[in-house]
Design a binder for this molecule. Sequence first.
Ligand code: ATP
Ligand code: SF4
Ligand code: MG
Length: 324
Amino acid sequence: MSGAPVLEIKGLDVDYGTGADAVRAVRDVSLTLHRGEVLGLAGESGSGKSTLAYGMTRLLPPPGVITGGEVIYHPQAGESYDVLGLTDWNLRAFRWAETAIVFQGAMNSLNPVHKISTQLTDVLRAHEPSMGKAERTERAKEMLRLVGIAADRMDAYPHQLSGGMRQRVMIGMALILRPQVVIMDEPTTALDVVMQRQILGQLIELRERLGFSVIFITHDLSLLVEFSDRIAIMYGGRIVEEAPAKAVYRDALHPYSKGLLGSFPALRGPRRELTGIPGSPPDLKGMPAGCAFHPRCPQAFERCGVEIPVLSDQDGRTVACWLH
Ligand code: ATP
Ligand code: SF4
Ligand code: MG
């Protein structure tokens, strides 16, 4: 499924605030998204998933600051630039035409006083000024149809739609300029599990038809196992494991990944016992020494409390744990 790299994050560091009080929300994160790929990003609340997504698209709200790293975007083979070096003007174009984000809780951000069709055509009017009115309407209609909204609902107002339908509208809005990269930040947590799977399944189908790449963010690893090609798992602002989805499901290497898998019911395949992860996520202002997971890790040993494990390669997958 995957091709050449489209987005390469290299050694990204993001803080909230400065000095001794800074929250070190993302630490030395490197990730590559390939063309046509669905990359899942999982981790407990506060592990830095949204911060990473906002950082890589430069949408960080203050006091968020990128303190290191690069985000290399490849618009096509042989061309690349660092997103972190873009001027405001180019950044605006990059955000809309090349990447689109569906934010956490986005379905509540539709404008209540405008019809959904108007909200879609407004995006086109702002970003594709050469497009005529008839063409804009046609594109909006096509996009809504693709996300499963019937033509006769085009003129509905957001409050006339269910949560699932509003979520579909947001996905349509993200895709309307045909971006190469779509980032979805837990777009479905407010919806029931059946609806979540339906919407995700539809997104994957669209990905196959339209050819974009997806970064899908959630705390529910079992959803990612089913829908993504590769999975990266974050803990305390760092990536602790990255591997093909099947490998994570069959044989997660990092004790934290195993804990996450045991925290959600599997959607398919054999049932596993739900065990959860004892303890709570680390305080980013005062991270434990050594492996940040060691106070909660059932397999911790002496070295874990002293040295930070480095990510090491193991046949196409990486893991940061002294056991491996
Ligand atoms: P969730 O699953 O709850 O969405 P997340 O993995 O997306 O969590 P982030 O929202 O990226 O986590 O937060 C990472 C860390 O940064 C958390 O400790 C959070 O408290 C902190 N943080 C986030 N936004 C701010 C902010 N504006 N100011 C200070 N700290 C922040
Ligand atoms: Fe557990 Fe040690 Fe591995 Fe950290 S390095 S996950 S504490 S075994
Ligand atoms: Mg988040």
